[in-house]
Design a protein around this ligand. Structure first.
Ligand code: GLA
Length: 396
């Protein structure tokens, strides 16, 4: 069986109850932001190319209220590896020119601190809040983007309507992650958490920061997420290395980014004896951008067979050329592909653990889950997800 995904209203209610218990009053502001799964276009956002994620019904909820003074208190209901679960933040002084808060423990609070510091517009007032989330942490479903975008949305609700473009909101959250969590991530996760639309995947052009909705609500197909429940230590450092390698390949080719490279450029890299690793990284980026545009066309035509084939090709490229997969993810993909009715499967997100995403005929989903459960060497968790909405203010 797949996990039962709690409805947003029950996640909100839990948070409200915890708020009442902790602060002895009612929360009036309620917001949420979703996690995401990337369907195709992996490690492409920082190469200025195309990615195609969808927002999930797994969400981070933030409830709270404005208070006088300059001290903000936040409680998280989720288990974190870095307690305490409650933190206080000295808010930036309204008259200060730079609205900076220093990062510091606990780690989870840095997403919130980073977003407060990077908030565009009026300096936010102090507040009390409770965070509750159904996005698994460290599972490659963007729990960090969900907390960042939830915080930004919460501040919007506190400060009042802002004229900021949704893309600027995503960029501010990305900057929070760069500066406060030290992760040099691309823009995909924050973008989809802000801009997701129910019933649609989103094709994002990471160069122009524009996006196209692609309907994905056919009841004949299902998106199945399988969490390997492993996370290899490499994740952080290897991500930055891949970014640098792609950047270097673009420099050698005298291109702005690998978005501008073609297969002829890969041949040229070989001809001038570029090291094998750089060639492989560049080849993944060039072929993955191509696959993502083809996948968008296939999805528009409901050609799920083609879409599935592109997913598998994407996985193979991430495994062999980009080298960000791991034995557990490879096994999950292999097992899923053994079941009749599975259209395609691949690792999703940064890699080295986390989740796979599988496109499967609705009638076959139970069979896949059973088959994977029986044969996977670890303990997987399954989520059947429909494309969902981006961040929302539910009350203020
Ligand atoms: C992480 C990053 C994203 C993206 C993916 C890989 O999720 O946060 O920006 O680069 O990895 O596609």
């Amino acid at each position: 069986m797949a996990e039962t995904i709690p409805e947003i209203k029950s996640v909100v209610q839990e948070a409200k109850n915890a708020f009442k218990k902790e602060f002895n009053e009612e929360a009036n502001i309620v917001v949420y932001a979703p996690g995401r799964v990337n369907l195709i276009g992996e490690h492409i956002d920082y190469n200025d190319g195309f990615v195609m994620p969808m927002a999930l019904p797994l969400v981070t909820v933030m409830v709270g209220k404005k208070i006088p003074g300059e001290e903000t208190t936040i409680l998280t209901m989720n288990p974190h590896t870095d307690p305490p679960n409650k933190t206080t933040i000295e808010m930036p002084n309204k008259n200060a020119l730079v609205k900076t808060i220093t990062p510091g423990p606990p780690k989870w609070s840095n997403y919130v601190k980073g977003v407060i510091s990077n908030y565009i517009g009026d300096t936010p007032p102090a507040f009390k809040a409770v965070i509750n989330s159904t996005v698994p942490t460290g599972g490659g479903l963007s729990s960090s983007a969900a907390i960042e975008v939830a915080t930004y949305t919460f501040l919007d609700a506190l400060v009042g309507p802002s004229a900021v473009m949704p893309t600027d909101k995503a960029l501010a959250c990305q900057k929070a992650e760069h500066d406060y969590a030290n992760v040099p991530c691309g823009i995909m996760d924050q973008f989809i958490s802000v801009m997701g639309k129910k019933g649609n995947a989103l094709l994002i052009d990471c160069r122009s920061m524009t996006s196209t909705l692609i309907p994905m609500s056919d009841p004949k197909i299902v998106v199945l997420i399988t969490n390997s429940n492993v996370k290899h230590e490499l994740t952080g450092s290897e991500y930055a290395t891949r970014r640098t390698q792609c950047h270097q390949a673009a420099l050698i080719l005298k291109k702005l980014s690998l978005r501008d490279a073609k297969m002829e450029d890969i041949d040229y890299l070989k001809k001038i004896n570029t090291d094998e690793e750089t060639i492989k990284r560049a080849r993944h980026a060039v072929t993955e951008i191509q696959r993502t545009t083809e996948a968008a066309e296939a999805l528009k035509k409901k050609d799920y067979k083609k879409f599935g084939q592109l997913m598998v090709a994407s996985h193979n490229s991430l495994r062999d050329d980009f080298e960000v997969s791991c034995p557990e993810l490879d096994q999950l993909v292999e097992l899923a592909m053994q079941v009749e009715g599975v259209l395609g499967s691949r690792m999703t997100g940064g890699g080295f653990g986390g989740c796979t995403v599988t496109l499967v005929n609705s009638t076959a989903v139970t069979k896949v889950i059973d088959h994977v459960k029986k044969n996977y060497k670890g303990k997987p968790t399954f989520y059947v997800c429909k494309p969902s909405d981006g961040a929302q203010i539910l009350s203020k």
